[in-house]
Design a protein around this ligand. Structure first.
Ligand SMILES: [Zn+2]
Length: 70
């Protein structure tokens, strides 16, 4: 008999599904560049008008996070 093992497995599966459902969806791409007050139209499927703007915004976000930790 391995009923208990089966039940544990089912429960794990269920918990994984629940976690997937509850996971926040990533924000949809912004039609306008998110880098500060850039205001340019984003490249299709992205939130930034150019790779430079994306790097800039990511650097800022990282600095912001580090500031909060320190
Ligand atoms: Zn931009």
């Amino acid at each position: 008999m391995c009923d208990i093992a089966d039940k544990a497995f089912e429960r794990e599966e269920w918990e994984r599904e629940l976690a997937l459902k509850n996971r926040k969806l990533p924000a949809p791409p912004s039609p306008v560049c998110r880098n500060g007050d850039c205001g340019e139209k984003s490249q299709p499927g992205t939130s930034y008008c150019s790779p430079e703007c994306r790097e800039d915004a990511e650097r800022l976000a990282r600095a912001e996070r580090q500031r909060r930790v320190a």
